[in-house]
Design a binder for this molecule. Sequence first.
Ligand code: ADP
Length: 237
Amino acid sequence: MKDNIRLEEHRIEQEPFYLPIGEEIKLAEAAYETGLPLLLKGPTGCGKTRFMQYLAWKLNRPLITVSCHDDLSTSDLVGRYLIRAGEAVWTDGPLTLAVRAGAICYLDEIVEARKDTTVVIHPLADDRRELPIEKRGELLVAPPEFMLAVSYNPGYQSVIKDLKPSTRQRFVALSFDYPNPEAEAEIVIKESGVSEDLATSLVKLGRMTRGLKDSGLPEGASTRLLIQAGKLIEQDI
Ligand code: ADP
């Protein structure tokens, strides 16, 4: 019952606005049908998370998102025993919850997570589709409805933090990038409410800030940032 409540929060009832950039929807659906995990590559703020929300809605599965950070451990994903009223009670982590429920689990910025997490990600990401819960001596087999998706920003990471080839090869990779100018302007209009003229100017400015790594600007303005600028302009700022 409690898990049902936790899961309902992750259902996406309304179709999220997502403007397809290429064949990513078709590819992701094919991966889902074949039980293969997804790897979303691309710079920050270019639409990866929005795409996952759209996919989850389209496939009618709950979406459980985990933002990975350098302290995220296997227990944070799988679960742990908590002491409640003097008793040790097992609590599923987000990955276990997603596997049990046949949901989509999206691990955002996977390379940030602690290295020990590969112990659970690898068997889930290959044809075993298994989640070992060591502390309980349990082995969960993922139902066909379950999907694992991870994202990663190749430009961001240092060599030390790059994705291991043994991990990367398990996934169907989708490359994301900032949309073309017309599509990006359409997104900025829709998401921020600015006029077409203003959106076109914002997009032009945004594009000028990209690709300036050699001039000392490591990261240009993302689509997200242009939308935020648009929203502020709408507030007369
Ligand atoms: P990230 O790649 O960091 O996960 P997000 O998915 O959060 O980026 O994208 C940032 C914002 O940009 C979204 O909230 C959405 O408003 C907008 N966006 C980017 N690409 C698209 C797209 N193709 N269709 C609709 N909205 C998009």
